[in-house]
Design a protein around this ligand. Structure first.
Ligand code: APR
Length: 250
């Protein structure tokens, strides 16, 4: 692993533009379950019944059972060393932007300011019927959260069957097409269109550095380096190596 870490540190240090694509695996060490590992969220809740926009419209109360359980975990979660390390890389000038599939706000809490929330965010809620928007904070404690028009509110996260926010989609495409290095951290890369980002970056000659507990379909073929293990441990080690090589002159 040491050799792989050194190679990864060299790539990131010498890259003129590095971006990252992150998934739920970057937050598991903050106590938030991922989706597809054993014991993950989808082993408890069938995504076709709890995570599609049609399921929400058919039975918002049922979907809020899952959302409420998740909110209790996410609202108490703190950024871990992976989030903090990526925030450090941004501050040192070695990480341009994070495209995250997560809606837990932990990259921002960990010090990153350039974050594209590809699957929306859980900080705000919207009414599908009258369009009114609320902060999740002001509605915390009322279950399910209800709009003044009496309809059940929906968190501004992207459900299956919904579009990716246009700005997030376009900006991510732009970055993936011009990055020299893409770090893929804690994602199974199974969900489209987020999982197109590594292919786009690869096609534009970016070096792909994958960090994951287990191999994915990217690991043999798309990823130039596959660093197997905990995101928090690997990112921390990577940041230390880069720090010791000297900060980038911005
Ligand atoms: N360190 C590194 N990798 C980890 C860790 C960890 N501590 N914990 C889990 N992983 C890896 C798992 O091995 C897995 O490959 O993170 C990946 C998580 O994959 P998923 O559970 O599929 O999560 P994600 O890729 O983010 O899912 C994408 O699917 O259900 C939708 O909208 C949801 O945004 C989500 C999308």
């Amino acid at each position: 692993m040491d050799e792989l870490l050194k190679q990864a540190a060299n790539i990131v240090s010498n890259s003129k533009m590095t971006i990252a694509l992150t998934g739920a695996g970057v937050s598991t060490e903050s106590g938030i379950p991922d989706f597809r590992s054993s014991g993950g969220l989808w082993s408890k809740y069938n995504p076709s019944e709890f995570a599609t926009i049609s399921a929400f419209k058919a039975d918002p109360l049922k979907v809020w059972e899952m959302l409420h359980a998740m909110d209790k975990i996410v609202s108490g979660a703190k950024p871990n060393a992976a989030h903090i390390g990526m925030g450090d890389l941004e501050k040192m000038g070695f990480l341009e932007c994070i495209i995250t599939q997560n809606v837990d706000n932990l990259h921002q809490a960990g010090g990153s300011s350039h974050v594209i929330e590809y699957h929306g965010n859980s900080r705000t809620l919207s009414c599908l019927w009258c369009g009114k928007s609320y902060s999740a904070e002001e509605k915390r404690g009322s279950f399910p959260p209800v709009c003044e028009c009496q309809q059940v509110l929906k968190p501004d996260v992207v459900f299956f069957g919904e579009m990716i926010p246009a700005l997030a989609m376009n900006r991510s495409l732009e970055l993936a097409s011009s990055a020299q290095c893409l770090m893929v951290v804690g994602t199974s890369a199974l969900v489209s269109p987020a999982n197109l980002i590594p292919d786009i970056a690869k096609r534009n000659n970016a070096k792909i550095i994958e960090i994951n507990m287990e191999r994915t379909h990217l690991s043999d073929g798309i990823s130039d380096l596959f660093l197997q293990g905990s995101a928090s441990k690997i990112i921390s080690a990577l940041v230390n190596l880069i720090k010791n090589k000297g900060n980038k002159i911005i």
